[in-house]
Design a protein around this ligand. Structure first.
Ligand SMILES: Cc1ncc(COP(=O)(O)O)c(C=O)c1O
Length: 480
């Protein structure tokens, strides 16, 4: 494996030497790669097998916002025909431009061309493609653990070695990461990627501190790996003072390492605009983003244009300020839910579980205090969860390598305050029942032991009485 080379004029490390063998085999899509040329003035294009929009059954698309004025945005003719038609594999150019501006505003990126964005049908699709760019099947991959199973599942299916890196209250533990990398055998291919969810992590709800991010960025430079920053919950940060929020890896990289190029950042519109529209954004070193786009060209052609044009219409209406205001409102909504859930947990689960109150996102990560030997929440939920009408995800699902776990992930995004209280009460009952079952089993075992002893004593007495009656030496005498 080569080391990244520095392009000094842009202070951007070239990620190409870390690219996988499999990504080198992808050719540009024969048709898609010609599509940008259609925009050249005067061009007559006979290239794409685009359907003629006159045959489409839609004449108007309008969206009505749930703001106080119930604002209605109508797609004009140009936007409508774009919305219903094929478009470019990297994403709708207007939306890409808007998103690049957003990344500059939010993450303080310069406008230099060393980085780029592309759009995907959800961030998960982009993460999957990015792994193809930087790993070959079976390669070791480092995952912040507990980890989002949506990613560990496809990595496992592709036969990757899943290298767990512990997370603590402040996110990925840099000391553990350093331990893993320092102990890596010389003769084995090193991991090229660390996958992490730095804000309101799924499942732990933890957020990575800026100090930890800086240490991890330094390790990325020293050990030459990419950081996959899956920040699906970035905009659901409950810290009201933006200056107190940890900056992203993407914003910190140049300041910490004096160069860029080792961060692939994934944003998602699922949690703040709509999950059904399936829109995610990748921001990263331009050569790596181009590789992801090459996969798109060949696999699914492009992200959905209709969703892209709808959000672009919305974003243009909002502007960056309106977008940030909307995200602030969404964060306040979830903060209130977090507070209500924290109160319910406090009422019912204190002494029955431990947890940290999340500072972002949608999840509580409980460690249930179960009896030793019965400390597997999967087994508990399977046996008692349905009976007690409580569903949550057992902790084992979040460990990349199989193990029993007493944890449970509870999502509070959709639950009413009443149901939060009831849910925590039911979880408490599961824990209490587990202890009751344990005591009952213990008592049964003790009783069985006692009965066994009584039985063997009485058998012994019978034998002794018989042997005495026959004038033989008693068993006790023989044993003595
Ligand atoms: C950590 C994390 N990453 C990615 C995703 C997928 O996001 P998207 O809907 O943008 O594909 C989720 C969805 O829950 C998630 O929790």
């Amino acid at each position: 494996m080569g080391s990244v080379s520095l392009q000094s004029e842009t202070m951007a490390a070239d990620p190409a030497p870390l690219f996988s063998r499999r990504i080198q085999r992808w050719e540009p899509g024969a048709i898609r790669s010609l599509l940008p040329l259609e925009a050249i003035p005067g061009m007559i294009s006979l290239v794409a097998g685009k359907p003629n929009p006159q045959t489409f059954p839609f004449s108007k698309i309008s969206i009505t916002l749930n703001d106080s004025k119930e604002t209605t945005l109508v797609l004009d003719d140009a936007a409508l025909s774009e919305a219903l038609q094929y478009n470019l594999p990297a994403g709708h150019p207007g939306l890409l431009k808007w998103l690049e501006g957003l990344q500059q505003t939010v993450h303080g990126l310069s406008s230099a061309g060393s980085w780029a964005c592309c759009v995907g049908n959800g961030s998960q699709e982009l993460i999957h493609k990015a792994f193809q760019v930087f790993t070959d099947l079976g390669d070791p991959v480092m995952l912040e653990t507990p980890a989002y199973p949506g990613v560990s599942a496809f990595l496992r299916a592709d036969g990757h070695e899943l290298v767990e890196v512990c997370s603590g209250p402040d996110g990925v533990d840099p000391s553990d990461l350093e331990r893993v990398l320092s102990a890596w055998p010389e003769n084995r291919r090193r991991p090229t990627v660390l996958y992490t969810v730095p804000t309101g992590s799924n499942p732990t709800g933890r957020s990575c501190s800026e100090t930890n991010k800086a240490r991890i960025l330094r390790l990325a430079k020293r050990f030459n790996f990419m950081i996959f920053e899956d920040d699906a919950y970035y905009f659901l940060n409950f810290e009201e003072d933006p200056s107190k929020r940890a900056r992203s890896y993407l914003s910190l990289e140049r300041e910490v390492n004096g160069e860029t190029g080792r961060v692939m950042r994934f944003d998602s519109l699922s949690k703040i605009v709509s999950s059904g529209m399936r829109l995610g954004i990748l921001t990263g070193p331009a050569p790596a983003v181009q590789k992801v786009v090459k996969i798109t060209e060949n696999i699914n052609l492009q992200p959905t244009t209709t969703s892209q044009v709808l959000v672009l219409t919305l974003f243009r209406h909002w502007g960056y300020t309106g977008f940030v205001e909307h995200c602030t409102q969404a964060a306040s909504f979830y903060r209130a839910k977090r507070d209500a859930f924290a109160a319910a947990a406090e009422r019912h689960l204190r002494g029955r579980a431990t947890w940290e109150v999340p500072r972002a996102g949608m999840f509580f990560w409980f460690r249930l205090l179960l009896p030793p030997g019965a400390d597997d929440s999967l087994e508990l939920l399977r046996r008692k969860g349905i009976e007690n009408r409580i569903l949550a995800i057992p902790g084992t699902a979040f460990f990349p390598n199989p193990r029993r776990a007493p944890h449970l992930r509870a999502s509070y995004s959709l639950v009413s305050e009443h149901d939060m209280d009831e849910a925590c009460r039911r979880i408490a009952k599961l824990v209490d029942d587990a202890w009751r079952d344990e005591f009952a089993a213990h008592a049964r075992a003790q009783r069985a032991e006692a009965e066994e002893e009584i039985k063997s004593n009485s058998q012994m007495q019978t034998i002794e009485a018989t042997t005495t009656a026959l004038g033989l030496p008693t068993a006790r005498k023989i044993m003595a």
